[in-house]
Design a protein around this ligand. Structure first.
Ligand SMILES: [Zn+2]
Length: 341
């Protein structure tokens, strides 16, 4: 190898610098010709070999070859980099193309429905907060009177993400958290909404992810009449002033008495149609008076406090409001579908 500062090492430095600064394939080819071409600078060095004394020839020849190898390598590497950033050949601007309109985003129909319900309930004095999607088994089941042996757990059995941790199966899991945070103070009027998860099939009316709105109120004199009034206000706000409610006795582990609530059909006004299966009524939510076990898990004395609770499938209400017949449409995020709302 020639010492630093020799003509050969200067030439190599110059070549490598030049190559590293090229930004096109044409400039690279030009550099290749300048150094390695038939009349190139390095080729000229090679031609000097014959005029050297025999004892210097070997070392000089090796130095020229090494330089050649390094220049070739540099050319190859730079070529790869230039190709990656190179713009496609041809004209980059076609002024005859129609303009591209930037589509404005909009609120998803599920979010819009949840917001509409939240707004009505905020007006009735309920407070709102978000709660975690990953919930402890305790808050999701045990605090809601669903101990590990309870058959209702089978209906919900779901996605566990760690020991005692799962993706919440209902937003009802927020109840004990809210009651504990109140440290025994009532009245409490609280709601939350968010995604829930259950191991479920996927078809027109089932999906493993769905959104719920959960609401409860606790105080010293809360009764089922308060529940009925709150739900009536909510239904009228959502479906119009003529909306009517029907309570049917039901069972939930965390309420007693419990009721399924139907709303008068929003499409046929109780004349009977396909949406309501000719009954005039649509099943919309589950509700009831909170069980003493649930109040106790929240740190409240059931002898002194009582409360009502209800949970609504936001997806279901969204489908009813917009007469959507397949829940999958709400989660496919097809732009053509979402643009309608
Ligand atoms: Zn109907």
């Amino acid at each position: 190898m020639q010492p630093i500062g020799s003509p050969l090492s200067d030439l190599l430095d110059r070549a490598l610098t030049q190559i590293s600064q090229t930004d096109s394939l044409a400039a690279l080819e030009q550099a290749r010709v300048q150094y390695l071409g038939k009349s190139g600078e390095l080729t000229a060095q090679m031609k000097l070999l014959g005029g050297l004394p025999p004892e210097e020839r070997k070392a000089f020849g090796q130095a020229v070859n090494t330089s050649k190898g390094r220049i070739e390598q540099a050319l190859e590497e730079r070529k790869g980099a230039v190709q990656q950033t190179a713009k496609p050949a041809g004209p980059s601007l076609d002024v005859t193309l129609p303009g591209r309109r930037r589509l404005a985003g909009r609120v998803h129909p599920i979010t819009a429905t949840a917001e509409a319900m939240k707004k009505i309930l905020l007006g009735l004095g309920f407070s709102y907060d978000d709660y975690p999607d990953i919930e402890s088994e305790y808050y999701n089941f045990d605090a809601l009177n669903t101990p590990s042996w309870h058959p209702a757990r089978d209906l919900h059995d779901t996605f566990y993400v760690g020991p005692g941790q799962l993706l919440r199966t209902h937003t009802t899991a927020f109840q004990a958290r809210v009651m504990r945070a109140s440290s025994g103070q009532t009245p409490i009027r609280a709601m939350t909404t968010g995604r829930c998860y259950r191991a479920d099939d996927i078809d027109a009316s089932h999906y493993p992810i769905f959104q719920q709105l959960d609401v409860f109120a606790v105080g010293r004199s809360i009764t089922m009449a308060d529940l009925r009034w709150t739900l009536t206000e909510l239904a009228k706000g959502l479906f119009g002033p003529e909306a009517q409610l029907r309570f049917r006795p039901s069972y939930f582990p965390f309420t007693t008495p419990s009721a399924e609530v139907d709303v008068s059909c929003v499409v046929c006004r109780q004349q009977g149609c396909a949406l309501c299966s000719r009954t005039g009524w649509l099943e919309v939510l589950g509700s009831g008076m909170m069980r003493p076990e649930v109040l106790r898990a929240g740190g409240l004395d059931p002898e002194k406090h009582q409360g009502f609770a209800f949970g609504i499938g936001v997806d279901r209400i969204t489908m009813l409001r917009h007469q959507i017949n397949d829940i999958r449409l709400l989660y496919d995020n097809e732009e053509a579908f979402l643009r309608q709302f």
